[in-house]
Write a protein that binds this ligand. Structure first.
Ligand code: IPD
Ligand code: CA
Ligand code: CA
Ligand code: CA
Length: 271
């Protein structure tokens, strides 16, 4: 038997402790490397933070699985069992260049079902947290259900890339949406963008390619405020793969799919 209250308590404590370590690193010289391209950064703190969680989880819950961005966890072919999906620093470019607008993101899943979501905006000391079926909270304050707003009064987060020539989407699909919304934003941390949608600071977030560690925590938190996350085609998210993402309140989600992307929400997706 797994004690979810205990797992939740440990996860929250570890996230806070990891955040403290990251804050302390601001006084040290970072070691910065690149990964897939010159703009894809990783620092010693990304790796050390992932290692910190790995050691805690392995010592306390040796039968749990770990999927982390920096690759020190398991290679997973199935969602069976309990999986901690970890982005030690989401928004590394912001971490390096701005020392803000980055977050620790942890989603804990059991047999593919999201049980716990934690997004910790380290610099603002804002911990977004949800346990499935128990609501979502920011620093212990319950987040209300998302409000229905019209597209014309909504603020949408998306990267300008998706309305310029790019290899993932015809720029003419999202350009009319960008014109119709009240405003657009781009924070450079998917986890923070999910958290802001959950907190009602943004009404939606669209991106064309996120990895499991970018969205695992966000999915759990969004569901607890009555929001909806699917791919940009209205399909269910594949937890172990890269996905396009459309996250919003149900009304904004429906409007974006039907009026701009011109797709229907896939029938069998749990609404
Ligand atoms: C990145 C951020 C960014 C998103 C990228 C991610 P990282 O994560 O979430 O906002 O657009 O797709 O890879 O690499 O900083 O953890
Ligand atoms: Ca990265
Ligand atoms: Ca990330
Ligand atoms: Ca990362």
């Amino acid at each position: 038997m797994n004690n979810w209250a205990e797992i939740d308590k440990s996860a929250k404590e570890w996230v806070k402790e990891a955040g403290e370590r990251i804050r302390s690193s601001f006084n040290t010289t970072l070691s910065i490397q690149t990964k897939s391209n010159p703009n894809d950064l990783v620092t010693n703190m990304d790796k050390e933070t992932e290692q910190f969680f790995l050691e805690k989880i392995r010592n306390t819950y040796p039968d749990h699985f770990i999927l982390g961005e920096e690759g020190q966890g398991h290679e997973l072919a199935s969602t069976d069992g309990i999986i901690w999906i970890i982005d030690p620093i989401d928004g590394t470019m912001n971490f390096v260049h701005q020392q803000r607008n980055f977050a620790i993101s942890i989603g804990i899943y059991e047999n593919g079902i999201g049980k716990i979501g934690l997004i910790y905006d380290v610099v603002h000391n804002e911990l977004y947290h949800a346990v499935k079926g128990e609501g979502a909270y920011m620093n212990g304050i319950k987040l209300p259900d998302l409000k229905d707003v019209p597209i014309s009064e909504s603020i949408l987060s998306l990267n300008a890339t998706w309305v310029t020539e790019n290899k993932r989407i015809d720029p003419n699909i999202l350009a009319p949406l960008v014109r119709d919304v009240r405003g657009t934003r781009s924070y450079g941390s998917a986890a923070i963008e999910f958290a802001y949608v959950a907190a009602g600071r943004l009404d939606g977030y669209i991106t064309l390619r996120l990895a499991p560690w970018d969205f695992a925590a966000g999915l759990v938190i969004i569901e607890e405020v009555g929001g909806l996350t699917t791919t940009l085609d209205g399909e269910k998210i594949n937890l172990l793969d890269k996905n396009s993402i459309l996250v919003a309140s149900k009304s904004i989600h429906r409007a974006i799919l039907s009026d701009y992307v011109k797709k229907q929400l896939k029938e069998d997706y749990d609404r």
